[in-house]
Design a protein around this ligand. Structure first.
Ligand code: GLU
Length: 448
């Protein structure tokens, strides 16, 4: 890998299952790396020890693997505190990380007073005026400091890969808290420390992070690190426009996987929805990587519609070769080989639905006899020998001639007798699989 090879990362906090919106972010980063011969880091933002769970981290890795994403390296922030402490010390030494003692109530009071005066509710930096004695007095009261990053009051400009030239006036922001009073880190400092330490070159993430970017760019610069390129993609919402939430378990990848969706359907929809590319079946992740185009990402939120996923999934299943489907069919206890798969796949939205049709072949089917005389005639006219690819047309032609029935009146009594249901895959290809004996028995109303 050359020195200029890109390095990207996906940085979920393992506090819940990831949803399709998170998959959008993960895929964009992983596919960018794949397309340009770079590397992809999975970083667990697990500094919040209370809410982070090893099970969620495992589930996230498994969900990514299901999508076909295998990180080059995986890091856990909970194992990297020494780095964050060192960065915090450097910032303190530069006078850019300062202790503050206000309680949440005091801050709220200040905020209200500013708003009442028509001022923006920006932290007033009162803590910067505290001298050592004042700080000692506050600590003697039992107060523990939280630590704020002293922002440069300047406009930070970056060329966003998605949004183009972006600018944020840091003079209008409160100095962000980097370390809480209990000594735990908020997301910002560990994130920048890691991105700098690991040499991350591109950060693609949701547009809910745009404001963080200005602060983070100031931190990168202060630490003497190369500032990565940033791209902020639109967010996915539910069909009714609600934001997706990990906490609410919205459309988790695990749920979609369990529902039997194809990973490439989920991946293609996650990446292409809300872009200038049509949502369509894509052969594999390499092909999907080839369609990544940040400038084509829309600025409006993208709606995730489960119907769109269903129809995309169905298109993939309808064309799926038997060899691809085979291990999963076998795991579901479905036999019949390629012939069965090809007979039913066009009727499926999701592959596991094949299991609903397998009993039609394997039996026993409880036939529904709508017209006993018609079924007797059908049994008599069934062409001799084991049914094959020609049987259906010869059989129905003979039946039509003898009974005068056509269309639905011809097919429906056969379907009801042979499958016990009023809808389903074309009967012709199923006949050789069902076999003569069962066909005759079912036409006679016997369960077989
Ligand atoms: N842990 C952060 C999140 O889940 C990472 C954001 C980032 O990519 O910098 O939103």
């Amino acid at each position: 890998m050359s020195a200029t090879a890109p390095k990207l990362r996906f940085a979920p906090s393992p506090t819940g299952l990831i949803h399709i919106g998170n998959a959008r972010t993960a895929l964009m980063n992983a596919l960018h790396a794949r397309r340009h011969g770079g590397s992809f880091i999975l970083r667990f933002d697990d500094t919040d020890r209370e809410r982070s769970r090893a099970e969620y981290a495992q589930a996230i890795s498994a969900d990514l693997a299901w999508l076909g994403i295998v990180p080059d390296i995986t890091v856990r922030q909970s194992e990297r505190f020494a780095l964050y402490d060192a960065v915090a010390d450097r910032l303190r030494a530069m006078g850019r990380l300062y202790p503050c003692y206000e309680t949440p109530d005091e801050l709220e009071f200040k905020r209200k007073r500013q708003l009442a005066r028509g001022l923006p509710p920006v932290y007033d930096r009162a803590a910067l005026d505290l001298d050592a004695a004042a700080r000692a007095a506050l600590e003697a009261e039992g107060r523990k400091p939280h630590w704020r990053f002293k922002l440069d009051a300047r406009v930070v400009v970056w060329d966003d890969l998605v949004r183009g030239e972006s600018r944020i006036d840091c003079a209008s922001l409160s100095d962000p808290v980097l370390i809480r009073a209990d000594g735990t880190y908020l997301y910002t400092l560990p994130s920048v420390a890691d991105d700098a330490d690991l040499g991350v070159t591109h950060i693609i993430r949701g547009e809910d992070h745009v404001t963080n970017t200005a602060v983070q760019i100031q931190l990168f610069e202060l630490l003497g690190a190369t500032v990565p390129a940033f791209g902020h993609h639109n967010l996915l919402t539910t069909a009714s426009g609600e934001g997706l939430s990990k906490r609410l378990g919205h459309l988790s990848l695990s749920a979609l996987r369990e529902a039997g969706y194809e990973p490439m359907a989920v991946a293609a929809l996650a990446v292409l929805v809300g872009t200038s590319e049509a949502v369509r079946p894509v052969a594999d992740l390499d092909a999907l990587a080839g369609l990544l185009d940040y400038s084509g990402i829309s600025r409006a939120p993208a709606k995730f519609d489960e119907h769109e996923l269903e129809s995309l999934n169905a298109r993939i299943v309808h064309e799926m070769p038997y060899d691809t489907a085979r291990p999963r069919l076998e795991a579901l206890g479905i036999g019949g080989g390629a012939a069965f798969w090809e007979a039913v796949r066009k009727n499926l939205t999701r592959l596991p639905e094949a299991a609903e049709w397998w009993p039609v072949v394997a039996g026993p089917v409880t036939p529904v006899i709508a017209d006993a005389v018609f079924c007797e005639t059908a049994a008599r006219l069934l062409p001799e020998g084991a049914p094959d690819g020609e049987t259906w047309s010869a059989w129905t032609k003979a039946l039509k001639q003898e009974t005068g029935a056509r269309g639905r009146a011809l097919f429906m009594p056969l379907r009801l007798a042979l499958t016990g249901r009023d809808h389903g895959p074309e009967l012709g290809p199923l006949l050789p699989l069902i076999g003569r004996e069962k066909i005759v028995a079912r036409l006679a109303g016997q369960s077989a």
